[in-house]
Design a protein around this ligand. Sequence first.
Ligand code: AMP
Length: 396
Amino acid sequence: MSDIPLEASMRKTVLPGGRIGILGGGQLGMMFIESAQKMGYRVHVFSPDADAPACKLADRVTVGLFDDVEALKTFARSVEVVTLEFENIPRQAVEVLEHHTQMYPGPNALITSQNRIEEKTFFQKRGYSVPPFEVIKTPDDLTQAVHRLGYPSVLKTTTMGYDGKGQQVLFSSDDLSTALNIVGPEGEWILEKFIDFEAECSVVAVRGHDGSMAHLGVFQNFHEKNILDVTVSAGAEMDDVEKGAIETTFGLLKELDMVGIVCLEFFITKDKQLLVNEMAPRPHNSGHISMETHRSSQFDLHVRAVCGLPLGDTSQVTPGAMANIMGDLWVDGQEPDWRQLDAFPGVKLYLYGKAEARPGRKMGHISVIHEDPFVCLETIRAARKALIRVKNYGPC
Ligand code: AMP
């Protein structure tokens, strides 16, 4: 096989019954496999961890590291298209795969999403508003940036930051002193102005081989300790801010010539401005509720898009809400008492089959539908609260 990357014009449809490869074995991969298998596809997972949730469902598993070029080539040759459920795939791995099969998303989207500075610079260049930020390379940069942006501000690692990892809010000069010890001579950080936003929302949208696009509406998100806690999909008529969020997300999909799902997260300020926070070039935690609320879930859509099928019906059937089940709910290794959910007959439980529960680890989620989005929100919060047996549990 040649070493020339595949051109967009060479995108090949993979019909049901075909073979899809997915990089990463987490719960996003697991739910992707469920959708793919329902459509008759066979899925080959490439994961460094043999016990990961997706490995239990996959038709075939390669346990390998992302720097194992030979294993990646063999994997790529065994499938007709490769996608991913985790964007922090090393660039070299993406290049190897791109040369041996069609891969969605491609390197542009991946590389942009892997580094917060690249990502925010990209958004700014396209005219999307982002929270004011500064690049930090030295302790002196940090002191000056805090002086310009003021307190509070948020110091973040530029790479491998997800679920609130690698970030801290600086409220005072005491916090700055602590942070100055973290910022060393090696590496890069980003300091963002802390946005006292009115709300957070996300848009999950999809683009097919032929450039057609669809979206699942605007999800309202509530975070706890910087990790997504609850999502509501109201399905109501969109206001101008929400229409702007959809337009921005479609613009991004086109700019990056992406195929597949993207999720764009936003802050909505008190004066109704949209600020882009970050992108994920894959199905997203906030999109899980689409499995209940839409005719096609984000996973169905990702399968159809990467395989080059028409995107299908993306209409919303009902409002719904989702709450994450975090490892924090396990007390001394003991599972939550799931029978507490019996008091909420409409609530559905999803557990990802992870062996070890740790604070901050996503173990599953619960979801509910109801014609009134406020009832959805109240019910999902009450159901999750019923599972809490510890004092000081962050969420709720
Ligand atoms: P991130 O990993 O950047 O998506 O951040 C996770 C969560 O932390 C966001 O969804 C917000 O709730 C919060 N957060 C991150 N950056 C900021 C900011 N600049 N201002 C206010 N809250 C933030």
